[in-house]
Design a protein around this ligand. Sequence first.
Ligand code: ADP
Length: 491
Amino acid sequence: MKILFASSEAHPMIKTGGLADVAGSLPRAIRKLRHDIRIVIPAYQSVLKQTGKYTLVAHLDLEGVKQPVRILAGRLPDSTVTVYLVDSPEHFDRAGNPYTMKQGSAWPDNAERFTAFCRAIEALALNAADLNWQPDIVHCNDWQTALVPPLLQRHHHHPVTLFTIHNLAYQGLFDWKVFKNLELPADFWSTEALEFHNQFSFIKGGLVFADWITTVSPTYAEEIQTRTYGYGLEGLIRHRSNNLTGIVNGVDYGVWNPGRDPFIAAQYNIRSLTDKLKNKRALQQHFELPVADTTPVFAVISRLVEQKGIDLILEIVPKLVMHRAQLIVLGSGDSKLETAIQSAVKTYPQHVAAHIGYDEPLSHHIEAGADIFLMPSRFEPCGLNQIYSQRYGTVPIVRHTGGLADTVTDTTPASIAAKTATGFSFTPVTAMALLGAVERALRYYQQPQVWEQLVSTGMRQDFSWRHSAQLYIDLYKKILAQRVVGAGTSR
Ligand code: ADP
């Protein structure tokens, strides 16, 4: 099969969160299964600055886009996967984050920027860029690519489309005035199409028009059909539930493997767990915390946003201190949360340490050195750090939601006996419930035999892409077969 994988970020070229990890590793896994998959991302300034050869392969004049756009082609590092870059300097040649300005607010022209991106993907999908390559399937990801299904369905002989929701909280909502200037087909502005409560909704493009929808865990696929998690889109999603599948994300154990990780103080595996202790000492030193082998080290690596339940963690800091634990936080985001974390560091310098910022090598170091990972998310489509944590023998404490529910087995007498326990989970969104899970974990931490079992069961879990990539391939085949059966019935 020929697949065009469209995403606004892909590791290692550009990353702000889990979407990049998926876009950098799923195509690699699908390529290994011998399908011709190619990635398309915007040519952000930081991407063009990296070493790596890109050649100019096409010039495109796109409807509604003032300046001509160039398509560059290169390779995903260490792979045979082709990457197309959409080079539109007025939209992407600027310093900083792909979506936000320095102060954290969205770029004012985001609607224009990602409409141009979608128009370029449309052209690639229709082989209008003269690349002599037409995909059978366009796999779109999140709102930044969600105009592609409605744009494509206006053409005869268009590829089938799959839309993956990585986070329903981000929808690409803009007002009428913005829509008017995008020069999109007028009939997009309709409640049957992309209008949503008097706003223009990018994500509805994927939800209404894609041939199939996936999201990144089976539990999240159920949750987004309910009011609590659906943001008012639950009715539409329920309506499409016969064409909705939850596929849990895989992870790239080439990047996340404590046995080979170049960023950690001492490499280790399940047979050399004492070497994990060397990482713990190095981590405590790095953060200038007291170096103590028996002190439980809790860690957080996260975007600092309400979703992630950082406020619940802040509430229990005094209790963590009372239990003589240490807490290490790596993250950036909401300035209020950043300030609150910094003030906890000031109040408890012997117990709490933080690095406010984005630092990939440090995130590996923390995974390797910590004992327990905290992820009390209010909602979590899939989540990756609880999976990385398991491979690093760092026991996760998670809220029982979305992908966290699908990837962590709570520790109970029964799961200990069955040797399936990999972490701790709780359900109510309260600091009390989080504390309950933390105190349960601390009791087991005092029982080295049980703790070692938790650590090694976690390290043995296999969340590699092999399995999930095959599920995507099966789904691609199913969508294509459906199209043959229903030929000519494109909406
Ligand atoms: P989300 O996509 O909602 O941010 P995920 O758990 O799916 O959450 O993925 C987050 C990814 O981003 C992980 O790979 C995590 O290690 C990384 N990450 C988040 N914040 C930071 C940070 N401050 N420094 C380094 N890596 C980070």
